[in-house]
Write a protein that binds this ligand. Structure first.
Ligand SMILES: Nc1ncnc2c1ncn2[C@@H]1O[C@@H]2COP(=O)(O)O[C@H]2[C@H]1O
Length: 603
């Protein structure tokens, strides 16, 4: 672009009205015309800021990365727009990526030219400060997907009335017992929330607080203190109520947050924000869970076959022991992994492994001890256990031993969903089954060819889905339903009786499995029937559990479709996200943890 056209462009620009002619002339002669092809970046997020651009011809797309690494569209800007000014004015790295849509001609101003212009025109400087502030807040709000349902023009309006508050380390933002009149979102820094029991939670950028007080007019149960110098976005109570009454998906999100964080206050919502609508689950797309169980089955099964064949060939005791252990866990571990692959919002594998191990270490010796004392030892003398009462007693003892491990878990605050109970129950049951298999296999380890041990292990591995894992998953689900009913008090009796029925079914199934009178075909028929009933019930529970998880997920993470022209090529790509708040795992697209409401982020 020639000097004359650059000068004319600057003189016509509404940001530069009132700038003296000689300044415009100096700027025009320092300007460099740059052409960008479709998809080429003018500015790259996170890079150092050395220049800014006036778009003179064509259109650009402004995008930024949100906390989970997805590209979010901030704006599409046409001729006359200024981009790259935030980095220069605030002396910071680029806050966003600016990409050409089609061919673009831009006028590049280097830092000294920009600084001279800003100093020479207070008007230019003032209006820049204003747009920079709004653009920055708008970017933070757009990236925080709790506002994703709000159309862009309104979100810019919201950015205008949102205040930025700087807080210093140690400053108390909310006192416990105080009424909260504002809604806060952390844009930078780290805060700490402390509850009455002095439990601490760290809050980071993207996390918010104050919504409970603003929605229910109750005093804060938490104290919020800045753990380091931080920056907050603050929204007044009436603006917050207005947004919720106007945007149904945002209302549904905050009601879900209230249900997660303070369910006892749900009935106290004071403003008339209308009913929380049902989330549009049809639009939510779920990333498919990784089916790790197939890999596990192949690896463990393969290792078992290889070890047992080598052990038989070399007649080596240690290899035999290794085959025994692997053979004992192959069925149980695969089964737990299969059930876990149906869970949307689960816990990490370490936690499952721990439950598996605890059940093996605690429940098996406990059941064995009680059975020996009460059924087969001296204590059993006054009773005569018949063919029905014996398996029934074994069933009650073994199920209770496994449930002892699960009950503590079911009662924990983090156990939010029915699927948690199903998965933890399956892990506890299968920990028990694995040790049992190893013990049965051990009894045959001395057999000349080890064939006895191998056939016991293979048989038990094949039968494992029908047994302990399924029963304990159902029983733990029953306990979970019972506790949930006691907590919520809604439809108390129907739920408690549902829980009792589930437990009774499990005890009956286990007893029938161990029933000894039936022989041959009858025994097999009985086992098939027990297996089918157990698996059908488990399948029904998994379906209900998945629906429940999906509803919570979709309400808190409504579907967002970005009309992007170009996606940032360095988009983050992982299969799962870990919540720093509660340590659980959510699918890749989750923006807020459906268990604790905290913002998820890539590391
Ligand atoms: N919310 C927004 N709306 C429009 N443009 C923006 C927004 N946020 C950032 N930008 C522009 O994107 C540019 C990225 O680099 P800078 O941070 O230097 O300056 C930024 C602004 O010019």
């Amino acid at each position: 672009m020639s000097y004359a056209s650059a000068f004319a462009f600057l003189r016509e620009h509404n940001l530069l009205h009132g700038v003296p002619e000689h300044e415009l002339s100096d700027t025009a002669s320092a300007i460099e015309t740059v052409m960008f092809a479709d998809g080429q970046p003018l500015v790259v997020e996170g890079e150092a800021s050395n220049d800014c651009f006036f778009v003179s011809d064509g259109k650009v797309q402004v995008t930024s990365r949100n906390l989970i690494g997805n590209t979010v569209l901030l704006a599409e800007l046409g001729p006359g727009s200024l981009v790259g000014e935030i980095g220069l004015l605030r002396n910071e790295r680029r806050s966003a990526r600016v990409t050409a849509i089609g061919d673009v001609t831009a006028l590049r101003l280097d830092r000294p030219t920009f600084d001279r212009l800003a100093v020479s025109s207070p008007l230019f400087h003032e209006s820049l400060l204003l747009t920079v502030r709004i653009r920055m807040i708008h970017r933070l709000l757009r990236n925080a997907s709790i506002w994703s349902a709000i159309p862009d023009a309104e979100l810019r309006g919201l950015a205008e009335i949102t205040k930025i508050k700087k807080v210093s380390k140690g400053e108390t933002i909310v006192k416990a017992g105080e009424l909260v009149e504002q809604f806060y979102m952390i844009s930078e820094g780290r805060l700490e929330a402390r509850d009455a029991k002095k439990r601490r939670t760290t809050l980071l950028n993207g996390d918010f607080f104050g919504e409970t007080g603003v929605l229910t007019d109750t005093s804060s149960e938490l104290e919020i203190v800045a753990a380091e110098d931080s920056e907050l976005l603050v929204m007044g109570k009436s603006e917050f109520h207005y947004i919720l009454s106007y945007y149904a998906p945002v209302r549904a999100q905050f009601m879900e947050i209230l249900r997660i964080r303070s369910p006892h206050l749900l009935s106290k919502v004071t403003p008339d924000i209308g009913e929380a609508p049902k989330a549009d689950e049809t639009k939510s797309v779920l990333p498919k869970a990784k089916e790790r169980w197939v890999e596990l089955l192949l690896w463990l099964g393969g290792a078992f076959v290889a070890l047992s064949l080598t052990a038989m060939f070399l007649k080596n005791d240690w290899l035999n022991y290794a085959a025994l252990v692997i053979g004992g866990i192959v069925g149980p571990v695969t089964f737990v992994s299969y059930i876990r692959s149906h869970q949307l919002l689960g816990f990490g594998q370490a936690r499952l492994g721990m439950i598996f191990a605890i059940s093996a270490i605690v429940a098996v010796p406990l059941a064995w001890y009680v059975e020996r004392e009460w059924l087969f030892g001296e204590g059993a003398a006054p009773f005569h256990f018949g063919p029905i009462t014996l398996p029934l007693s074994i069933s009650v003892i073994e199920e209770s031993a496994k449930l002892i491990v699960c009950i503590a878990l079911v009662r924990s605050r983090q156990m939010h969903f029915l699927m948690d109970a199903v998965v933890f129950g399956a892990a506890a049951g299968m920990g028990f089954a694995a040790i049992e298999s190893v013990i049965y296999g051990w009894a045959h380890i001395g057999d000349a060819s080890s064939v006895g041990m191998l056939s016991v292990l293979w048989m038990r591995a094949l039968l494992s889905p029908f047994g302990h894992g399924t029963w304990t998953a159902i029983a733990t689900a029953g306990i979970w339903v019972g506790f949930a009913a006691l907590k919520s008090k809604s439809r108390l009796w129907s739920k408690v009786s549902g829980a009792i029925v589930l437990l009774a079914i499990v005890i009956a199934l286990h007893a029938m499995w161990d029933y000894h009178l039936a022989t041959g075909l009858a025994k097999m028929g009985m086992m098939v029937a027990v297996g089918c009933v157990g698996l059908t019930l488990l399948y029904a529970l998994i379906r209900a559990g998945k629906r429940e998880e999906f509803h919570a997920f979709a309400t808190l993470n409504p579907y967002v479709q970005e009309a992007l022209s170009h996606v940032d090529p360095s988009d983050y790509n992982a299969s799962e996200l870990h919540c720093e708040g509660c340590g659980t795992v959510s699918p890749r697209e989750t923006r807020y943890c459906a268990r604790c409401g905290r913002a998820l982020r890539i590391k």
